[in-house]
Design a protein around this ligand. Structure first.
Ligand code: SAM
Length: 332
């Protein structure tokens, strides 16, 4: 098998893979999922742990060394720690992270840590119950907070909190979230609202930019300075409070796209490879995995996907076309 790195036509070297393990979720955030009448993927369409492991065994020699498990909500997939330990055993995999809404984390944090999970991002958009419910259309704030503390007790360090920033909703939450992160030794990140909601309601004027949030934080808490940027492919621009009290990251895909440094590939729960969140084309790895294709054939498919990567997502272009999938069907 040709084991040269996964480099696209613009020279971007792909080392990071986001693996969606399910499209199901236990909440219904309006910026991601429909509230009702959802047709989730049938069980047999979702990649098995064996199939995910095989795929990672094929791409690791091509230079993929960083994995992130996501969904849907990854913790609703039964036995997730088993998958983590299988992936952690693959030669070349150096980092395994998980993005979760935290609702089931208190029950699973110890097992995930023991399985070899290294890093955790926990989504938390609001600290007030009413706003949490307005966004998630379900209850659960107390469970998320309990999940964060359980993860810290389990030994996870540098846990990140991710909040999607939506104009008209997020403004009163910004300072309390940043203070909560400062007080609890967590890193806070704000993500601009992207056009990936299932109900197709996204409008550009709902995007609360990272810049606006930074101004609000500096006015209320104190000056921020840019932090060192050891990994240029990381999506967040990180800042730290100059009094040393914590760090804040801004993921600004809409106001300041970072596609030029993108090193990420994605595989959906049913095994479609994607080279961008906003891609309208997919490469079917499951068909090969289930047809007993060789490692070389699977690797070639991944290379085709990488070579077709566009320079940018184009949200700001007149020709921008939303993907037909919403975020929960891709894996954020
Ligand atoms: N269920 C897990 C969670 O809540 O973290 C993992 C999947 S979720 C799709 C991954 C991340 O994508 C979350 O932080 C979520 O808030 C974010 N997200 C979902 N839809 C988004 C959108 N339209 N714009 C920006 N971020 C979004």
């Amino acid at each position: 098998m040709n084991a040269s790195p996964l480099i696209d036509t613009l020279g971007r070297v792909h080392t990071s893979l986001r693996i969606s393990v399910t499209d199901r979720c236990n909440i219904r955030c309006f910026y991601c999922m429909p509230d009702e009448n959802i047709r989730f993927l049938p069980r047999q369409e979702i990649l098995t742990f064996e199939e995910i492991e095989r795929f990672v065994r094929v791409v690791a020699p091509l230079g993929i060394d960083k994995l992130r498990l996501t969904g849907g909500e990854p913790l609703v997939r039964h036995g997730l720690p088993q998958l983590v330990s299988r992936l952690a055993a693959i030669e070349g995999i150096e980092d395994i992270a998980l993005t979760t809404n935290g609702i089931l984390l208190a029950e699973q944090a110890d097992a995930l840590k023991a399985a070899g999970l290294q890093r955790l991002n926990i989504s938390l958009d609001a600290l007030t119950e009413a706003t949490f419910r307005r966004i998630a259309r379900r209850d659960g704030l107390d469970r998320v907070i309990a999940g964060i503390h359980a993860a810290q007790r389990a030994g996870f360090e540098r846990i990140r909190l991710n909040a999607v920033a939506i104009k008209g909703i997020t403004e009163p939450e910004i300072v309390p979230l940043a203070r909560f992160a400062r007080d609890n030794d967590l890193e806070m990140r704000f993500i601009e609202f992207m056009p990936l909601d299932a109900e197709n309601n996204w409008q550009p004027d709902q995007v609360l930019s990272g810049e606006e949030i930074r101004e609000q934080l500096e006015a209320a808490i104190g000056p921020l300075e840019p932090a060192e940027r050891p990994d240029p492919s990381q999506p967040a621009m990180d800042y730290q409070f100059i009094d040393g009290g914590g760090s804040i990251g801004f993921i600004n895909p809409v106001s300041q796209p970072f596609c030029g440094d993108c090193n990420r590939l994605r595989i959906t729960a049913e095994g479609k490879i994607r080279n961008c969140l906003f891609s309208t084309v997919e490469w079917d790895a499951r068909a090969l995995l289930r047809a007993e294709a060789s490692d070389a054939q699977i690797a070639d498919l991944v290379r085709d996907c990488v070579l077709a990567k566009k320079p940018g997502h184009g949200i700001d272009s007149d020709q921008f076309l939303r993907p037909s999938r919403a975020m929960y069907q891709i894996g954020g």
